[in-house]
Unconditional design. Structure first.
Length: 234
């Protein structure tokens, strides 16, 4: 009951926070966690407080749900149940980690967020888009990202990178076939086209530093104020 009371109000009220909320999205092995780290370092060097986090997870309650999802234990329940679990994890993540940080003026960078549910459970899981929208309305509410960076790489290249990283232990979604990952890439690209005011598609080929430079350009263009831009040039 206590957790429910805690989670009911903040998402319904308008966010008055000064902090900025950035998310990284994309397929497997596109470099989201590396780019999350590099962007956080760069923003901190500008004197900003930055909180990095990830989904599924990012709070103790959500990390417990992460285990259920990525072990494949929830797969037999179907995409609808998985979407509900991702949403439950997200609600806790927002309440415990994201909103408190944004409200004190920190910048929050999340490695995946609600767009992953739209794409993995919505597009790939064939769930009714109205169901996904309804879930987003009740879990995310006003806590929408100010900027979403979608890292784009051919499915084969991303999977090869992910396999090199995790060895034989592919998780629930990495273990899907190549066609799944191709459709995933297309769905993320379509999302970037549909929401150009929030999303920037970033070519994730090449060295981490060159991808980070493209990310930084997008952040500078969309979010940094004039004085911070001058620091950037100097
Ligand atoms: P993770 O180990 O964090 O992998 P990655 O480096 O690819 O982000 O695993 C998260 C997996 O969960 C990933 O395959 C995408 C999937 N996912 C969803 O299906 N729906 C969601 O809402 C989220 C946040 C993640």
């Amino acid at each position: 009951m206590q957790a429910r009371a805690r989670s009911a109000s903040p998402r319904r009220s308008k966010r008055t926070a000064r902090g900025r909320f950035i998310t990284f999205e994309g397929g497997e092995g596109t470099g989201k966690s590396t780019q999350t780290r590099l962007l956080a370092e760069r923003l901190r060097s500008q004197g900003l407080e930055v909180v990095t986090t990830r989904e599924p997870g990012g709070s103790p309650g959500a990390e417990a749900i992460r285990h259920v999802l990525l072990s494949g234990a929830a797969k037999p329940l179907g995409p609808m149940a998985e979407a509900l679990l991702f949403a439950a994890a997200r609600a806790d993540h927002i309440d415990v980690t994201i909103l408190p940080a944004l409200s004190r003026g920190a910048w929050v960078i999340s490695d995946r967020f609600a767009d992953s549910t739209r794409v993995y459970q919505g597009s790939l899981g064939n769930l009714d888009p109205r169901m996904i929208e309804a879930l987003e309305r009740v879990t995310v509410g006003d806590t929408r990202p100010d900027l979403t960076l979608i890292l784009d790489l051919p499915a084969e290249e991303g999977l090869a990178r992910a396999a090199a990283r995790s060895g034989a232990g592919a998780d629930r979604f990495e273990a899907e076939d190549i066609q799944f990952h191709r459709t995933l890439r297309d769905a993320f690209r379509e999302l970037a086209e549909r929401e150009p005011a929030r999303c920037v598609l970033v070519d994730a080929h090449g060295a981490a530093e060159s991808v980070a430079a493209a990310v930084w350009d997008a952040v500078g263009e969309r979010l940094l104020n004039a004085s911070q831009k001058m620091e950037k040039a100097g």
